[in-house]
Design a protein around this ligand. Structure first.
Ligand SMILES: [Fe+2]
Length: 302
């Protein structure tokens, strides 16, 4: 199982795409109709899709999986009665599978048979091009993060890696987390994190953003759970986005951490202790994009 992409709807997809290319560092992949697809340097055909809509919403967050994993999800989703429907992707990479609505409305799409492509080469330290590789996690706000952590373990076979005072971190492979649920009191998109090659690439990203007039809303810093370096920004078109690198890989028997495992000295919000955070600004941005279901649930054929 692998996190692949996020599909967002917003009023100006061309403008958002241009900013994500010119400033954030992604690459144009394709335009189909009014939908702009952007990729990184890795093998995934697109990481972000922007479709045109007068309203902002998250259409889906897409994971790729095997036929066996898809069949297991289909069985358990049907058994638990979650809203779902079969889907054939018409996005780059194709694939077919399921759209699934979690409790509180978060919509995940699981695709089997989706294709990848050759990576883009040459974006090393020497190239000085800021170039995200892939998505590393998509985090959601939630009213009941504990419920959601248990739900995705039970139904999707995900595993909770750590619980902190603010978050429930969830993995779907050896990466410490591919998603997480923030204890926010409401459901929405919290942020989208892009993986950079290394710490140097994160720092060059911060520099390039600064050249373009953008300061981090949080960071740089190094998280506790996942041990990843981060720098969060509020994109001009709304959502919170992150440069990140080196999320810890964990074994299958990783001991699920509890909030008491992840405490900081007072005033500190990361391992390094150098990080400031624009709590109010981030909160406003985190409330903008919510998942929306515009498909009808169906009986799943087992
Ligand atoms: Fe993050």
């Amino acid at each position: 199982m692998k996190l692949r992409s996020i599909e967002l709807a917003l009023p100006d997809p061309a403008g958002a795409a241009a900013w994500m290319v010119d400033v954030w560092g992604l690459f144009p992949a394709e335009v189909r109709g009014s939908t702009h697809y952007l990729r990184g340097t890795g093998t995934i055909p697109y990481l972000v899709a922007f479709e045109q809509s007068d309203e902002e919403f998250v259409r889906s967050t897409t994971f790729t999986c095997t036929d066996a994993e898809l069949a297991a999800i289909r069985r358990k989703v049907a058994a638990h009665g979650w809203p779902a429907c079969a889907v054939t992707s018409d996005d780059p990479g194709d694939g077919a599978g399921l759209l699934v609505e979690l409790p509180e409305g978060t919509i995940l799409r699981f695709l089997a048979g989706a294709s990848e492509m050759a990576p883009r080469e040459g974006f090393t330290k020497a190239s000085k091009r800021v170039a995200p590789v892939k998505l590393t996690h998509v985090v959601f706000n939630s009213a009941d993060a504990e419920l959601l952590g248990h739900a995705v373990e039970d139904v999707l076979d995900f595993r909770v890696s750590d619980r902190t005072k603010g978050m429930v971190f969830v993995r779907c492979n050896e990466s410490h987390h591919s998603t997480a649920f923030a204890r926010a009191g409401f459901a929405s998109l919290n942020h989208v994190a892009f993986e950079m090659d290394d710490l140097d690439a994160v720092m060059r990203g911060i520099g390039w953003m600064r050249d373009n007039g953008f300061a981090p809303a949080w960071g740089p810093g190094r998280h506790g759970p996942g041990d990843n370096v981060y720098a969060y920004y509020i994109a001009p078109f709304g959502p919170v986005i992150e440069y990140s690198t080196a999320v810890e890989k964990v074994p299958a028997d990783y001991r699920t951490g509890v909030p008491e495992d992840w405490t900081w000295p007072e005033q500190r919000i990361d391992q390094w202790g150098v990080s400031d955070k624009d709590f109010a600004g981030l909160r406003v941005a985190e409330e903008r994009f919510r998942c929306r279901r515009d498909w009808q649930p169906q009986e799943l054929a087992l």
